[in-house]
Design a protein around this ligand. Structure first.
Ligand code: COA
Length: 161
């Protein structure tokens, strides 16, 4: 069974990696779909975000890294995939995720959303938190893969953006 893991991934953190690794063991094929969202002020371009994901997940074989713009439901139809996976870090994620899952199913009735509970070791992480720490020259080595750590250091060289 094929599943899409959508998100902004600006940038990938160990929290995302936890979900990716675990769902790649449960599904035959995982498509990581990076949202090209012009509304969010992203630190990394879509291409950079995809490259970082590819590098950090190069040992996982059943993975495709892709990008999309517009509605997730349209993207899922184009990919011929009617399964979505999302990580749940805390109860606070639930309301928003539930709303998205229900709206998406209304628009695309055969679309199923699966939730995977984050490992407690990484459930406090978000991309913004990691970017903030990196922008203040803090140590992010235990929050992100090495390749992301290096990329963040490079981005914030010479002060916060
Ligand atoms: N580990 C670590 N961080 C996690 C995480 C996990 N397991 N799961 C979520 N997060 C964090 C992200 O790092 C991100 O942090 P930030 O806000 O600090 O950047 C935040 O939670 C939001 O997660 P993200 O997965 O990027 O969600 P999103 O809200 O940006 O996007 C989409 C979710 C892509 C699924 C949704 O916006 C979408 O489908 N968009 C397309 C348009 C569409 O179809 N809209 C209708 C939807 S009903």
């Amino acid at each position: 069974m094929k599943v899409i893991y959508p998100g902004s991934f600006d940038p990938l953190t160990n929290g995302h990696l936890d979900i990716i690794k675990r769902c790649s063991e449960k599904f035959d094929e995982v498509i990581i779909a990076v949202l090209n969202n012009t509304k969010k002020h992203n630190v990394f371009t879509v291409t950079e975000r995809m490259e970082l994901i590819k590098e950090a997940t190069k040992d996982i074989e059943n993975l495709e890294v892709d990008h999309f713009q517009g509605l997730l439901t349209e993207y899922a139809k184009r990919k011929g995939c009617n399964n979505i996976i999302r990580g749940l870090r805390a109860v606070s994620d639930f309301e928003y995720e539930m709303q998205m899952a229900l709206v998406n199913r209304k628009v695309y009735p055969s679309l199923e959303t699966y939730f995977m509970v984050s490992s407690s070791k990484v459930s406090f992480l978000s991309s913004s938190i990691v970017k903030e720490i990196a922008s203040l020259n803090g140590d992010i080595s235990c929050f992100v893969p090495k390749v992301v750590e290096d990329a963040l250091k490079e981005k914030f060289k010479g002060g916060s953006r």
